[in-house]
Design a protein around this ligand. Structure first.
Ligand SMILES: [Zn+2]
Length: 257
């Protein structure tokens, strides 16, 4: 019995994109199925009579391996066994679309595109990786958070606004990019007091001081999130409670390039 030949492009996409990953077809099973499909449905015939040596030769496997593949294809209903004898097998070869129609939709494809790594901004330790440290530097756009001078790479370091000795953590709300000089002069003193000392030393104008104090408030209240490293996405599924953030302190030294 002849049937209409399937659209090859659609068939191939259904095979590669859906059937193989959803059924997790092994290489041998896939080869056997494609070969049988080629000699049945692509010739307009749903039914095929074949011998195991013929199939094995066609897909360059041993007869035993070909037989095991056929058994698995029958188990997975890609083939419907009509007759088995010493002369060979008679099977109905099913098209990918006929098999897919009967599969539950929730089976996850094995070859799905890997998920983008997600980070929870509020719980993340921004000294954990170089990419996260760079995100802090990127937020300050090349200027010292305190004295506003332009920084070259060797001048840059990361400072804990609230020092670790005072339970400051590694949250983006407590880390800033600054010059080594500010980092060393600030020491354990409060950031607000340090900014006022920069004003007294005429390293900041009155307007700059006011802007820096506002930036300090914005930082602590989470209004200055750093740009996420490329390839990462925010995880908004589990917002952190403030008390959990307070415990997110790591043992990383505070003066970190
Ligand atoms: Zn500085």
């Amino acid at each position: 019995m002849k049937t209409k030949k399937p659209n090859l492009e659609i068939l191939w996409k259904q095979l590669e994109d859906s059937l193989v990953p959803r059924l997790r077809l092994a290489v041998a099973d896939r080869a056997a199925y494609c070969y049988l499909l080629r000699h049945s449905r692509l010739e307009g015939k749903p039914r095929l009579r074949f011998s195991m040596p013929w199939l094995a030769g066609g897909i360059c496997l041993s007869s035993d391996a070909a037989r095991r593949a056929v058994r698995r294809l029958i188990d997975q209903e890609l083939l419907r066994l009509i007759e088995r004898s010493t002369a060979g097998h008679v099977v109905d070869v099913r098209l990918p679309q006929e098999i897919l129609a009967g599969l539950p939709k929730e089976i996850a494809p094995r070859h799905a595109v890997p998920a983008v790594p997600r980070i929870n901004l509020e719980e993340e330790d921004f000294l954990r990786t170089n990419a996260l440290r760079h995100a802090i530097h990127a937020r300050e756009a090349g200027r010292c958070f305190y004295c506003l001078r332009l920084l070259t790479p060797p001048m840059k370091c990361i400072d804990h606004v609230v020092p670790r000795a005072h339970s400051g953590n590694n949250s983006y709300r407590n880390l800033v990019s600054c010059c080594r000089e500010c980092n060393s002069q600030k020491g354990p003193c409060r950031a607000e007091d340090f900014l006022r000392s920069l004003f007294r030393e005429r390293k900041l104008t009155e307007r700059e001081l006011a802007a820096r104090l506002r930036a300090l408030d914005a930082l602590a209240s989470g209004k200055l999130p750093p740009p996420l490293p490329s390839g990462m996405a925010p995880d908004n599924r589990s917002p952190a409670a403030p008390q959990r953030r307070a415990r997110a302190v790591s043992s990383t030294p505070s003066k970190t390039p």
